[in-house]
Design a protein around this ligand. Structure first.
Ligand SMILES: NC(=O)c1ccc[n+]([C@@H]2O[C@H](COP(=O)([O-])OP(=O)(O)OC[C@H]3O[C@@H](n4cnc5c(N)ncnc54)[C@H](O)[C@@H]3O)[C@@H](O)[C@H]2O)c1
Length: 252
């Protein structure tokens, strides 16, 4: 049942102001969920909020916050529970990426990437466990990366380490919550068209595409469809898994 008696499931998507997070959040809205759009970018969130039609407005909440800040994570969870009483789906999608070489990575850049990509995944997941356990239902989906499985296409060591860390957290949480009706899975994309991809130098991107067996970059909606499935009622027997969506770059 996608609809509970009298109210809809509540989904929280981090990094939802653009790119994959936005595609995922909009797809969840279209499927009838209530959706919390979380992002650090206030301007983009405001633009989105203004662009929403009235029927979506009632089911969309916009929270500006930095996902690497534990106090802000806990405040946002309190706000959501106070207003909507439950949290059914958490998509840990917010992420940042740098291409800095091993030799040039400095401590502040290392810390920032690990905090935004990995620490946030742990503390957001930790913060929703209680409510999901009470509901005896939950879906946590972590947006990892090909870089966390195989090493870099274009990204730095810190990014790859943070994405590999998310894969480990996926298994740790999946095992720990498996008797509570809560599933935890990871998605590992490579080369999906988003604003972040526009930062890759065109020559480098063209070379990357040459190496993709399917011969093109992926689209944000293709990733959103996979996340929708993992967040659905039908996916209750899948947990601790990583789903590759990379045009065949990694076959295993
Ligand atoms: N696009 C790809 O090809 C690709 C490949 C592998 C993995 N991923 C992963 O998918 C996720 C989304 O990537 P994308 O390409 O859509 O990126 P993007 O940069 O287009 O969007 C990321 C969003 O996260 C937000 N964000 C960044 N730092 C934040 C913070 N501290 N707190 C709250 N929000 C923050 C940004 O404002 C932005 O809206 C990331 O975790 C990324 O590592 C993407």
């Amino acid at each position: 049942m996608d609809h509970l008696e009298g109210y809809e499931r509540v989904a929280v998507v981090t990094g939802a102001a653009q790119g994959l997070g936005l595609a995922i959040a909009k797809s969840l809205l279209e499927k009838g969920k209530k959706v919390v759009f979380i992002d650090v970018n206030q301007e983009l969130l405001q633009e989105l909020e203004q662009s929403f039609q009235s029927n979506y407005k009632e089911r969309a909440m916009f929270l500006q916050m930095d996902v690497s800040n534990i106090c802000q994570i806990r405040e946002s969870i309190n706000t959501i529970i106070t207003q909507w009483k439950r949290i059914d789906i958490l998509v840990n999608n917010a992420g940042i990426r740098e291409e800095t070489s091993i030799e040039d990575i400095e401590e502040h850049e290392w810390d920032r990437i690990i905090d935004v990509n990995l620490k946030s995944t742990f503390f957001f997941s930790q913060s929703v466990i209680d409510v999901m356990k009470k509901q005896k239902w939950g879906r946590i989906i972590n947006m990892s990366s090909f870089g966390g499985q195989v090493g870099p296409l274009t990204s730095g060591a810190h990014y790859c380490a943070s994405k590999a860390g998310q894969l480990a957290l996926t298994k740790v949480f999946a095992r720990s919550l498996s008797k509570d009706g809560i599933t935890v899975n990871a998605v590992a994309p490579a080369a999906i068209r988003t604003p972040e991809m526009d930062r890759i130098e065109p020559g480098k991107l063209a070379k990357m595409v040459e190496g993709i067996p399917i011969g093109r970059v992926g689209e944000d909606l293709e990733v959103a469809e996979l996340v929708l499935y993992l967040a659905s009622e039908s996916a209750g027997y899948i947990t601790g898994s990583t789903f590759d969506i990379n045009g065949g770059l990694l076959m295993r």
